[in-house]
Design a protein. Structure first.
Length: 380
């Protein structure tokens, strides 16, 4: 048995993005395999620091303020706490890679999933991009081992470290069997009579291009968009202002079964991400048998393969949507292609087993003891 500490997410159960979903699934998998798992969870600043157990997973819950500084503070407190215990740390993301120095000092094994090229996101200021690039280098240099979720990311990381320090492990997904269609009734949708977008509304995710292209005319079926849109954001306001009557914004939906229901019965999934590695949402759409309409880049093409329909700009999207208005006859074949790609590359259990094997390679051999309650209280 080993003790695995999962850091770098907002916590479990998953209610946010791909890393939270992955942490959720990996934690439960490792517990089912007899391992002890601790997940660090970020709470509102009005809450108090505490521990609890969720489905066999120990959760260390740390209050933190909102925004970048709050996240940095949360990551620091989590790293301090984790470095004081026996175990192997799995850090998801390099945004605060500088804190890996703690593990080096204490000779505490730390594996880091390097995620995508976060510093390339257009939303970041020059200072934020510089911070991310420095932490990318520090995380890659100071961690004991790196995980890349995509061959492009693995190749990129070789500029920071030797190839033997990098393992490529993809994201996986459970199989998408029949799902409850109640969420469709709730939002007045019909099976296979809508297209779906699930993404943070940010420029590099092409949300504005997708919505604008779809809204050039009234379409036969709606475009359903999941995500949180804030009135204070200029980009969000631009997306909302371009949306025609065929676009339905459902807001953020955190219930996993509801999201799976929307995926399972969508006529197609539209994926606009321009940067990043293997995107978990894209993998889940392959598992759901969604025909994929995706931004044309090296990351997405490797994941979806030749079965996808690709676009580079708004004009490509208009042409694709116009073609779909005229006929959807090719979507059934594309659905089979997606399921085939999923079966070849992204089945969940095999991928989680790869993580278990890697973590065991670095787990400390010293006997694991559960820390005393008063010690935990003082360590964050």
């Amino acid at each position: 048995m080993m003790h695995v500490q999962i850091l770098g997410t907002r916590g479990i159960p998953s209610q946010h993005g791909g890393f939270e979903t992955f942490a959720h699934d990996l934690a439960l998998f490792l517990v089912s395999r007899g391992h002890r798992v601790t997940v660090y969870c970020q709470a509102d600043p009005t809450e108090y620091r505490r521990e609890d157990t969720w489905r066999g997973v120990r959760r260390v819950i740390i209050p933190a303020s909102n925004g970048a500084w709050g996240t940095i503070g949360f990551d620091w407190k989590s790293a301090v706490h984790a470095s004081r215990e026996k175990g192997v740390a799995l850090t998801l993301g390099y945004n605060t890679g500088v804190f890996s120095i703690l593990y080096r000092i204490k000779r505490h094994p730390n594996i880091m999933n390097m995620d995508g090229l976060e510093w390339k996101r257009r939303k970041w200021s020059t200072i934020a991009k510089a911070w991310l690039r420095v932490n990318e280098w520090l995380g890659a240099t100071l961690s004991d081992h790196l995980v890349a979720d995509h061959p492009v990311i693995a190749e990129y990381l070789r500029r920071h470290t030797k190839a033997s320090k990098i393992s490529m492990i993809l994201y996986g997904s459970d199989e998408a069997d029949e799902r409850d269609g109640a969420v469709l009734e709730e939002h007045q949708l019909r099976p296979k009579q809508y297209y779906l977008v699930i993404a943070r509304p940010e420029p590099e995710n092409s949300i504005l291009e997708i919505v604008s292209a779809y809204s050039t005319k009234t379409r036969k079926v709606p475009l359903v968009v999941l995500g949180r849109f804030l009135a204070s954001s200029r980009y969000h306001a631009a997306v909302l202002s371009r949306a025609g009557p065929s676009v339905k914004f459902l807001g953020p939906i955190y219930d996993r079964e509801a999201v799976w229901g929307l995926r399972r019965y969508a006529a197609a999934y539209i994926h606009g991400h321009q940067v990043g590695g293997t995107n978990p949402s894209l993998v889940e759409s392959l598992a759901a048998g969604n025909p994929i309409i995706a931004h044309d880049n090296a990351f997405t093409r490797w994941v979806v393969g030749e079965s996808g329909v690709y676009f580079s700009n708004k004009h490509d999207l208009i042409r694709i949507f116009d073609d779909l208005d005229n006929s959807q006859s090719g979507l059934e074949a594309k659905s089979k292609d997606s399921l085939c790609r999923y079966g070849e590359m992204f089945q969940q259990e095999g991928i989680l087993l790869q993580y278990e094997e890697l973590l065991q390679r670095f787990a400390e051999e010293a006997p694991l003891t559960k820390p005393a309650r008063d010690h935990v209280a003082k360590s964050v």
